[in-house]
Design a protein around this ligand. Structure first.
Ligand code: NI
Length: 172
């Protein structure tokens, strides 16, 4: 397994709309990609990681919101079928180190997707998982959580992250 590089905002590659995974794409290489994404997410540490964030532009994301890494979930070609009620939650993102912001999303969703072996499944949840799925699903559409914030807040976050990145480049 390998730790993958996570793209950081405002990297334009985060705006890529990912492609559907085709039946013939369920190869060893895809399994490796999924394993690497879990390893990268757990190491970060994070609770969700979309393929877009590691510069792999296929409709795929991984989530594990358990405390002991015991509930890995893989979503391939996800489709949100239903959204219910609204709720505001503070969100963070591995592509935005140190940034947290309140975002309003559906409280409950019904989603269908394929698992890592191409088997279809559905999840219907009003739990925190619903928020994480919506956040990750945005990533594969080239959308990020700060898109929901005011232009002023977005500018502040962008300049803060650009400063961080410059500092790191100088140091490294
Ligand atoms: Ni994210």
């Amino acid at each position: 397994m390998a730790i993958l590089e996570i793209l950081e905002y405002p990297d334009p590659r985060l705006r890529t709309k990912a492609q559907e995974i085709q039946p013939e794409d369920f190869t060893e290489a895809l399994q490796q990609q999924i394993d690497d994404m879990f390893e990268t997410m757990y190491a970060a540490p994070g609770i969700g990681l979309a393929a877009t964030q590691v510069n792999y532009h296929k409709r795929l994301f991984v989530i594990d919101i358990s405390e002991d890494k015991s509930e890995p979930l893989v979503f391939i070609n996800p489709e949100i079928l239903e959204k219910r009620d609204l709720e505001t939650n503070e969100e963070g993102c591995l592509s935005f180190p140190g940034v947290y912001a309140k975002v309003e999303r559906a409280k409950g969703i019904k989603v269908k997707a394929l698992d890592r072996h191409g088997e279809p499944f559905e999840i219907d949840t009003d739990e925190f998982l619903a928020i994480v799925i919506q956040h990750e699903n945005d990533h594969i559409n080239g959308k990020v959580f700060v898109d929901y914030l005011s232009p002023l807040k977005q500018r502040r976050i962008r300049s803060m992250l650009e400063k961080q990145q410059k500092k790191r480049q100088k140091a490294g």
